[in-house]
Design a protein around this ligand. Structure first.
Ligand code: ADP
Ligand code: MG
Ligand code: MG
Length: 251
């Protein structure tokens, strides 16, 4: 599904190379984790895949089902099935969650040549999805993310994923600030949305989240590259021995 090959990227207005040849493949139906020390380029990888401003790809490729992601506008990437839950979700004052999600969904449907959902149809859909995931529909009437607790932001992200039904979900989890309940919520959401035609790339600093989401594959990133790939036991190794041992072993 997702193929990243030798991806190099730098900051647009600085001569600082951040990604130095990231390669990985995530097949449909699988959950992969990227772990790695702070500053290794994990978030940058997700930003570059989403098409965020400020980064320049200098080499390599990234494709989704063979389609060149890097050539697409951010909205086209979303329509192609890419979803990114960001480390720090943006607040959008004045825009209701409901409106935001319906607009996002209809924009995608339109691009795919599908009919747009009416307000009533959308309400029905959102109620169903919310119910299945145990997410309070009242939250949706509030402006996007404004005044949301960490847990509510996470709940909102999961709901967005459920409604937009992306193929490739990338979650960039903050290194701190996620309490056990919020972590559980993300994990339950991912587990509930796992499907044979959907894949997840979960970026995380710590192993804790992976106690609840059992990844099929774990990649370790260091200094802008994937330096080791293995099974879930790799996450445990990191938890027990830290990154230093593992990285010196690789070196
Ligand atoms: P991680 O998510 O693994 O902690 P990041 O992708 O956030 O790592 O950062 C990788 C490196 O790139 C770090 O050294 C960071 O300081 C640098 N970096 C990323 N974005 C910027 C930016 N906008 N300006 C300056 N340095 C940046
Ligand atoms: Mg970081
Ligand atoms: Mg990060």
């Amino acid at each position: 599904m997702l193929k990243i090959n030798n991806l190099h990227a730098k900051l647009e207005d600085e001569d600082k190379q951040i990604l130095k040849g990231v390669s990985l493949e995530v097949p449909a139906g699988e959950v992969h984790a990227i772990m790695g020390p702070n500053g290794s380029g994990k978030s940058t990888t997700s930003y570059v895949l989403s098409g965020r401003d400020g980064y320049e790809v200098t080499d390599g490729s990234a494709t989704l089902y063979g389609e060149d992601l890097l050539e697409m506008e951010p909205e086209e990437r979303a329509a192609a099935g890419l979803f990114l839950a960001f480390q720090y979700p943006v607040e959008i004052p004045g825009v209701g969650n409901m409106t935001f999600l319906r607009t996002a969904l209809n924009a995608q449907r339109k691009r795919r040549g599908e009919e747009e959902l009416s307000a009533a149809e959308f309400l029905k859909l959102i109620r169903e999805k919310g119910k299945a995931l145990n997410i309070d529909a009242d939250m949706l009437k509030r402006p996007v993310n404004v005044g949301f607790s960490g847990g509510e932001k996470k709940r909102n992200e999961i709901l967005q994923m459920a409604v937009l039904e992306p193929k490739m979900c990338i979650l960039d989890e903050t290194d701190s600030g996620l309490d056990v309940d919020a972590m559980r919520l993300v994990a339950d959401g991912v587990n509930a949305l796992r499907a044979p035609d959907r894949a997840f790339l979960v970026i995380t600093h710590y192993q804790r989240l992976l106690d609840h989401i059992r990844p099929d594959v774990v990649h370790i990133m260091s200094d802008g590259k994937i330096v080791k790939t293995g099974g879930p036991e790799l996450a445990l190794e990191v938890e027990q021995n830290g990154y230093a041992d593992l990285l010196s072993e690789v070196a």
